[in-house]
Design a protein. Structure first.
Length: 421
């Protein structure tokens, strides 16, 4: 349904404060231009991430009130398990405090020196947990994923030929093939059902399990429904279920498509792996029926999965600008990136990448980046990233002063000099 209004009612409000450019510059200088050190009270629009920062639904808050905080056998856990079985088709499920905890448990068990873990594009915590175990994380995305002007509808797809070559040569060293849906590191780009099916066939042929990094499974299902031939008449929930049916396991941060402030899941089909993961969960997270979460968190997660698996609203209410040679596309789901060109800088290269022009453009830039010569907005980037691609950390920070938001640089090497995500 198309509508000119947002399809929800707002029942609570929180006051926010708009500071002057001078006040914002002072805050940034006090923080050493490190946006992670800026207190949230000073940020008008926080685009750092949408992971766990959104509002829960009325039904989720109602579910919180019925939570059972029993240590073992909690009815809240049983409701979550029932939800996971219904939507995702997994009988073996472990709750965790968030997705990276699921990754740590998994790769503590199956990673290790000499192992190789391929993925379409590893999220940063996934890569870190793999490499912390001693294994090597390998990105095998399709070439179109790195071309911002290419209109391929599924830029999150795995490159099947490269995956087949890797498995043919090294399958004994590959404990699992991962596929991230949607591909966060590739700008929230989706993976097609056709690609997932082919990936599953390759994994079976070489005797390697397939795991999903399924933080945004519902959004990926919506993209499949919208873009993939033959899928338009299926429900997003049915598509999501087929995605999970193709997998041997999944790691999930519920802070995305579970629409909760905290929570995650580790899903496995193998009974022995589940037993070992359960032992490690008890050691590091909590008992297997709560995984470091309160009963109210389990309730909110179960309700959030039920609501969001229908993907009501979502992308359909986002108005996107048309793609041009200087505007990346097609849109992913995860975020908005702002490409700002402040005074004293010039635009260069496809996609509006900014390069420095002049020995000292800082004075011209200070406080005036909001009136940039070019200001483009496209849905691209990892969750909630506001990429003010202005060439250096100082310019980036000044751009943030002007627009009054917080974010992190994404996707352009020259934007990362001396700057840490």
């Amino acid at each position: 349904m198309k509508t000119i209004i947002e399809p929800f009612r707002i029942k609570a409000v929180e006051p926010i404060r708009l500071a002057s450019p001078e006040q914002r510059e002072e805050v940034l200088r006090d923080a050493g231009f490190n946006l992670f050190k800026v207190a949230a009270e000073h940020v008008l629009i926080d685009l750092l991430t949408d992971s766990g920062t959104g509002a829960m639904s009325a039904q989720q808050w109602a579910a919180v009130m019925r939570a059972d905080e029993s240590y073992a056998g909690s009815t809240s856990f049983l409701r979550l398990r029932e939800t996971v079985e219904e939507i995702m088709g997994f009988e073996r499920m472990l709750p965790t405090h968030q997705g990276r905890a699921s990754e740590r448990i998994l790769f503590d068990l199956i990673g290790g020196e000499g192992k190789i873990v391929p993925n379409n594009a590893h999220f940063d915590t996934t890569r870190a947990n793999i490499e912390h175990s001693g294994a090597r994380a390998v990105d095998l995305g399709i070439p179109e994923a790195t071309d911002p002007t290419n209109r391929h509808p599924f830029k999150g797809n795995l490159d099947l030929s490269r995956l087949e070559s890797l498995l043919a040569a090294e399958s004994a060293r590959v404990p699992v093939v991962m596929c991230t849906v949607t591909s966060n590191t590739s700008g929230g780009q989706p993976v097609s059902l056709e690609n997932l099916r082919a990936t599953r066939d390759l994994c079976r042929r070489h005797g390697v399990p397939l795991f999903l990094d399924a933080c945004r499974f519902a959004e990926n299902a919506w993209f499949i429904k919208e873009r993939e031939a033959g899928q338009q008449d299926r429900s997003a929930r049915a598509i999501a279920r087929e995605m999970f049916d193709l997998a041997d396991g999944a790691t999930i941060s519920a802070k995305k498509d579970g629409i909760v402030n905290i929570g995650g899941l580790l899903l496995v089909r193998d009974a022995e792996l589940f037993r070992r993961a359960s032992d490690l969960t008890i050691l590091t997270e909590g008992y297997v029926t709560y995984g470091g979460l309160a009963g109210r968190d389990l309730e909110a997660m179960a309700q959030g999965f039920r609501e969001h698996s229908h993907v009501r609203g979502g992308n359909r209410h986002v108005r996107r600008p048309a793609a041009t040679a200087a505007r990346p596309g097609p849109s992913g789901r995860a975020a908005a990136s702002l490409h700002a060109v402040p005074h004293g800088l010039r635009r260069g290269g496809a996609g509006g990448t900014v390069r420095e022009a002049g020995a000292d453009s800082r004075a011209a830039d200070r406080g005036r980046a909001g009136s940039a010569a070019a200001f483009q907005c496209a849905l691209r980037g990892s969750p909630g990233v506001c990429a003010l691609d202005t060439g250096t950390p100082h310019h980036f920070a000044s751009g943030v002063i002007a627009v009054g938001c917080r974010g992190a640089v994404f996707g352009f090497p020259q934007s990362r000099r001396g700057f840490s995500r």
